[in-house]
Structure formats: C-alpha cells, structure tokens
Ligand binder design. Sequence first.
Ligand SMILES: Cc1ncc(COP(=O)(O)O)c(C=O)c1O
Length: 299
Amino acid sequence: MAGISFDQLEGSIWLDGKIVPWSEAKMHVLTHGLHYGSSVFEGQRAYGGEIFKLEEHTKRLHESAEVLGFTIPWSDEQINDACRQMLVENNLKDAYLRPVAWRGSEMMGVSAQANTIHLAIAAWDWPSYYSPEERLKGIRMDMAEYRRPDPSTAPFKSKAAGLYMICTISKHAAEAKGYSDALMLDWQGRIAEATSANVFFVQDGAIHTPLADCFLDGITRRTVIDLARARGIEVIERRIMPEEMEVFEECFLTGSAAEVTPVSEIGPYSFAPGNICKLMIEDYMAAVQPSAEKMLIAS
Ligand SMILES: Cc1ncc(COP(=O)(O)O)c(C=O)c1O
C-alpha cells in the first residue's frame, strides 16, 4: 500500500527560483503541462550527499525540453546549484531528486506559444534498500501489452511525461497479476525496455542489450556498458527478438532509480541472476559513491 502521500511530505521545494515550503509548491489546474503533456523531467539519485552524474541529467533535462519545443529559462549551472541546494535544505544525503519543467497556464489549447516555462526541483529520502544478496533474487516481470512507439510517431529522445502514459498502464497491468514490472517490445516487435529502466541480458559471458533507437538511452545504461567493458566483458548492442530470451542466462535492469536490478522471470522465460549481475551491482554501487575528494571537502 502507498505510504504518506507525496504532497504531504515535509521540507522545501525549489519552484521557479524560490525555495517554498513543501505544501506550497502548487500550480493551477489550467496548466498546459497537465492537459497536454508538455512536461519533461529527470530522476537522479544522490549518494552520500553527491548527485551521481548531475551534469548529464541537467543536460538531458534541457535537451528534453528543446525536443518539445520549449527552453527552460535556467542555465545548467543554476539548475545544478538548485539541485544541490535541495539536498542541503532538506538535510538529505541518500536521496532521489526530481526536477520537472512544464508549460504554464497563459494559453489553454494545443498551441501554447505564449506560455511561460516553469521548473520545480523536489528531493526526498530514498536510500538503496536492498543488499546485493537481496537484489540477486531478481524481480518477476510480465510482457507489456503496449509497445514503444515508432520514432516517427513520438519524440523518444525526450524524457517527456507524455511518453510515460503507456508505462503506467503496463506497470499497473503487471502489478495486478503479481509481477513487479513489464517488458515492453518496440513498434517492430523487438525487445525495448522496462517501464522505467533499460534491460540487459547475458549469454556465454557476453552482455546483450537492445539498441536504444526508439527508447531512452539511459545514463545508467551507458554507465553500466562502460563498467562492463572496463572489466573486459563484451557488450553487444543489437536488435533482440523476444524468443531469444529462451537462451539468455541472466537478465538485469538499469536506471537511476532501479540502479542495477536483476530479473528472474519475464513472462514464460526464466533467468538465474549470477556472476555478471553480481559484478555489475558491485561495480555500479562503487561508481556512484561520492568521490574521496568531495568527501574531504564536505567533512
Ligand atoms: C522509460 C525509461 N527508460 C530508461 C530509464 C533509465 O534512464 P536513466 O538510467 O537515465 O535513469 C528510465 C529512467 O529514467 C526510464 O524512465
């Protein structure tokens, strides 16, 4: 069951350049972002007070907005500072941060040429709960009904709120059947990704992952590919058909929220989280730790 509602939490939120009490971070119901999905966001984690790959997340936030045709009126540096400020203001060290930008209320219709652009940044406590042993049990996933759309029908390079509509439907359907998540195919029937994370498979010591040509090329995805290659593990990015899951031995998801999460089941296919899952969890958890240099400055 859900815990305390997110609008009831305590603390402060950065809203359009001001720090406001949590309960006062509000917008009007006639907001374009709410009606027409003109909203983009990021999800990023802080470990020991340092936000992992903050610069990359902020760059992607700006790029996501540009893809939807709007410019966030704050520089990278201002957004990065605001994110760090949210950790300090809310006394957080291991946390999740949610920057979100959207078109405001000046015009109400598909066209929103005159609408102002808003930005909010919230942060809340979210430690990594699972020990590597617990994680290695793996999660159970269903196959999703919806597919990632053809790139000519949706702006897939944007982390746009509207693209999550089919993710929520798919995740709810999976949860209703007792699964944790769902695997989405792409518009051509190839394996794409989970509802909020990228997917990897292992066969004969090599890692296989779908080409990110119609879904988000996650920051964690790229980090894990680099970590695996640094270990000398072969990583093959290619088109993968669902039937190939029959021969894959291990499977894991990656994402800023999911970190590295092994998978034990997808629909009729089973996997045994093993050595490569374990190595990738360990390497990723080592990579996200705050740098020794920053720790010294903070102490
Ligand atoms: C649909 C989707 N794919 C992939 C990812 C992984 O992206 P990242 O590793 O940048 O968090 C996310 C998480 O934001 C996501 O929502």
